[in-house]
Design a protein around this ligand. Structure first.
Ligand code: FAD
Ligand code: FES
Length: 262
């Protein structure tokens, strides 16, 4: 993990101005990145600039690191107005990422909701085994990198809640249909909203499949100090809080104690 002042190479919006792709020149961080890890960005122009914002590392190419972000609030809005050649303070790569499937290992099924596709792209790129990516979102604009996953040799099955792209419904519906046709030698990897991750965890349990889930909780320090980001994790018959920024964000689904606080 390193702190580096990096320079913006490009910061391009999609046609709706909702999602942006930010490419940064980060020569010391780029070679260290593992799929599913994240960076913590300081956005100087906002009042609470001391509070960094976490983003999954979307792509790595040579010396550059990219993120794919949704403009949802004051930090991401300020970020969306930054221009090439401006500087950003970056800490990364952070966290415990996905296990890249070994050659000849389980066939991967990726499940992504919204910007969760960003966290799964590097895994898709580095996996020697290509499989199926199930991508879901509310509307067509939320289906982000279908072409990029297809260019890597993955089959993409898209769903939108309003039916404006792909099948109509939730991303777990085509996943269930696929698993009913056979489960041997498969493994699930997922990133997206918590209800989606919980549903994927239940499906993994029902079909007795291994699954890794990226738990994106709200974070402050990003480096294991403040305990803002904890989730309940099983430890034998009991459970304890663990930090998603350091022990995660990726956890084996069988370890998450979903009902610990209820
Ligand atoms: C490990 C990790 C990886 C992430 N990767 C990405 C990514 O690849 N692309 C992306 O667009 N976003 C990602 N996020 C979410 C991103 O960090 C937040 O959207 C961002 O911090 C919001 O900052 P803001 O100042 O614009 O919003 P704020 O003004 O602080 O908040 C605006 C809204 O965003 C919500 N929000 C804030 N933080 C989060 C969060 N962690 N998860 C969900 N909602 C949040 C707030 O509840 C509020 O409703 C990730 C979060 C984590 C923890
Ligand atoms: S964000 Fe501070 S401990 Fe995880």
């Amino acid at each position: 993990m390193l702190e580096q002042t990096v320079q913006i190479v490009s910061n391009e919006p999609d046609p709706t101005d909702l999602y942006f792709r930010l490419v940064m020149s980060a020569p010391r961080i780029a070679p260290l990145v593992q799929p599913g890890q994240f960076v913590h960005l300081r956005i100087q122009s906002i009042k609470d600039a001391l509070l960094r914002r976490p983003f999954s590392i979307f792509q790595v190419s040579g010396d550059t690191v990219s993120i794919l972000y949704k403009n949802v609030g004051k930090g991401t809005d300020a970020l969306s107005r930054m221009r090439p050649a401006q500087d950003l303070s970056l800490i990364g790569p952070l966290g415990h990422g996905f296990t890249v499937p070994p050659p000849g290992g389980e066939s991967p099924l990726l499940v992504a909701g919204g910007y969760g596709m960003a966290a799964l792209y590097l895994l898709a790129q580095r996996s020697p085994q290509k499989g199926i990516v199930f991508v879901g979102g509310r509307r067509r604009v939320d289906i982000l990198c279908q072409d990029e996953f297809q260019s890597l040799g993955w089959e993409v099955r898209a769903t939108t809640e309003d039916g404006s792209h792909g099948g109509k419904g939730l991303v777990t519906q085509p996943l269930l249909a696929e698993l009913r046709s056979g489960t041997a030698g498969r493994k699930l990897f997922a990133c997206g909203p918590t209800p989606m991750l919980r549903a994927v965890g239940r499906i993994a349990e029902e079909f007795n499949l291994p699954a890794e889930l990226s738990m994106d909780e709200h974070m402050c320090c990003g480096v294991g100090v403040c305990l803002t980001c904890v989730i309940p994790v099983k430890t034998g018959a009991d459970w304890e809080y663990q930090r998603t920024c350091t022990e995660g964000p990726v956890f084996d689904s069988t370890r998450i104690a979903w009902d610990a606080n209820s």
